[in-house]
Design a protein around this ligand. Structure first.
Ligand SMILES: [Zn+2]
Length: 81
């Protein structure tokens, strides 16, 4: 007779988000898809609930929510040396 069905204190690991990219204002990111203008790289100009990015080739600005940002961005663009 144990009414103690609540004794599981298993700590479930939160979803693995090791690869989530944290946008930083001023950093340049490379997208998975090419912009119609031919550019691949975007500069983040604002962060928050939405991420504002500017195409480094045509200067077009877009706002993406964090989820879209993470799914579209391939990674941080390394500045050419
Ligand atoms: Zn562009």
């Amino acid at each position: 007779m144990d009414g103690d069905s609540d004794s599981q204190s298993e700590t479930r690991p939160a979803k693995a988000k090791a690869l989530a990219i944290q946008p930083v204002v001023g950093h340049v990111y490379r997208m998975r898809r090419q912009h119609p203008c031919g550019g691949w790289e975007w500069t983040v100009y604002r962060t928050g609930a939405d991420i504002g990015m500017e195409c480094t080739t045509c200067q077009r600005k877009v706002m993406l929510d964090r989820h879209r940002f993470e799914s579209r961005v391939k990674g941080r663009a390394v500045p050419a040396d």
